[in-house]
Ligand binder design. Structure first.
Ligand SMILES: Nc1ncnc2c1ncn2[C@@H]1O[C@H](COP(=O)(O)OP(=O)(O)OP(=O)(O)O)[C@@H](O)[C@H]1O
Ligand SMILES: [Mg+2]
Length: 403
């Protein structure tokens, strides 16, 4: 099912949270791509920025800097780095021009103006892309509908024309309201907090459809029933409230709410970590079935490598806002390179008493492990498709280790 088409591209993604003078680099220069049909696992300990990455992709934040591309269209573009560059240029000018001669001052000003103009152009372009992406997508849907309905209506018998025209108009109404980003749906980490307790299951599942302009109650009900059955619940559940369900069932409701939008990409944010171990497998199996049925692409977030191992084609490991290693699932388990990945692997218990007896937890201590005082790290390809965050010295050492 997987092919080489890149569905999602995350490029130098930064999301910094500012509180007072403190800046929390929750996501710091993260890069990865997800191919169509692929399951990409994103792993790392609590607070390393996994959810923030997911929420940035679905445009819940104005990202600090970087870009997110979906189907080749830029859906997120950070402008803060450009704004900062302008502010820096202004401050620089003020500083340097203090004692400058008029000639020098004119030159400095020209330099500053050039930087400002360049960054203003980037801001304009980024804003335009962010807005344009939805319009471009709905224009495409409208064009498809025109192509489908106009000849149909022309050829239709007089008696059918009115009904067909109404159908066409209704479809147009929806297409004009459809946003590209609804093709990316997120299943949220906490199945309790993410479902509004005052809404019935029907209302929760149908919400996205209604926002998108579906007005036909019969269509909505049928869709909701279909989704409930798809995720292993029953129609009678539609009129109940979230608190009447178990954790596993609530997560199924979350899955139904996402799938009803007919998404291409699902961001599943630790969909099973709040659940009993016995229920975890059921929800994973459900996701796997849906993946096959609809050709879904999944960004699967977990803090534990054991959950993603069998499910993911490729895995990215995050540590404190940075992606430290990225490889195919097999490669990562066979040849882990970054000490943090090794430490995560050492935490996985295996149902093998002999192994368990010998198993030693490796503790990752970045200060003891890396000397980045002079030789700075970057994210580098150490073997085909295998990337590691490392500096020059480490690059050589890791390469030798791989051999
Ligand atoms: N809306 C926010 N405002 C300010 N800081 C935030 C916000 N959301 C997250 N953070 C901070 O960003 C960092 C990353 O948080 P994030 O929720 O992305 O981690 P996570 O990897 O999903 O962790 P977990 O496994 O616990 O879900 C944390 O330090 C967190 O406190
Ligand atoms: Mg999280």
């Amino acid at each position: 099912m997987q092919n080489n088409e890149t569905l999602l591209k995350v490029e130098h993604l930064c999301q910094y949270f500012r509180s007072g003078s403190f800046e929390n680099k929750a996501v710091d220069d993260v890069n990865f791509e997800i191919k169509k049909g692929e399951v990409f696992g994103l792993v790392g300990e609590s607070g390393c920025g996994k959810t923030t990455t997911g929420r940035s992709i679905i445009k819940l934040y104005n990202i600090t800097s970087g870009n997110v591309w979906f189907k080749g269209i830029r859906i997120c573009a950070g402008i803060r780095s450009y704004v900062d560059a302008i502010e820096r240029a202004k401050a620089d000018f003020k500083e340097k021009s203090k004692d400058a001669s008029p000639d020098e001052k004119a030159k400095l000003k020209a330099e500053m103006d050039a930087i400002i103009a360049d960054n203003q152009a980037k801001i304009k372009e980024a804003k335009y892309d962010q807005k344009k992406c939805d319009k471009e997508y709905s224009d495409k849907l409208v064009a498809e509908l025109n192509e489908k309905y106009q000849p149909l209506i022309e050829k239709a018998r007089e008696s059918e024309k009115a009904a067909l025209t109404a159908e066409y108009k209704n479809a147009l109404y929806k297409a004009k309201r459809t946003k590209l980003v609804t093709q990316i749906q997120m299943i949220f980490q906490d199945p309790i907090a993410s479902l509004d307790p005052r809404m019935t299951v029907r209302e929760i599942i149908a919400e996205g459809l209604i926002i998108q302009g579906e007005r036909d109650q019969k269509v909505i009900d049928e869709k909701v029933f279909e989704m409930l059955e798809l995720v292993g619940l029953v129609r009678e559940h539609a009129s109940r409230y979230p608190h009447e369900f178990s954790g596993g069932q609530r997560q199924r409701i979350g899955v139904a709410r996402a799938i009803i939008m007919n998404p291409e990409l699902i961001i599943a944010d630790e969909p099973v970590s709040a659940l009993d171990v016995s229920i975890q497998a059921q929800v994973i199996n459900l996701l796997n079935e849906l993946r096959e049925k609809f050709g879904l692409t999944i960004l699967f977030i977990a803090h534990d490598l054991s959950v993603v191992k069998y499910f993911s084609d490729r895995i990215g490991v995050m540590y404190f806002g940075k992606m430290v290693e990225l490889a195919s699932s097999d490669e990562l388990f066979r040849n882990p390179i970054h000490p943090y990945t090794k430490s995560l692997l050492s935490a996985i218990p295996l149902p093998d008493p002999i192994y368990e007896k010998q198993r030693k937890r490796i503790v990752y201590n970045p200060l003891a492990e890396h000397d980045y005082s002079v030789d700075k790290p970057s994210f580098r390809e150490i073997a085909p498709g295998h990337f590691v965050q490392c500096n020059d010295a480490e690059f050589e050492r890791y390469k030798a280790e791989l051999k």
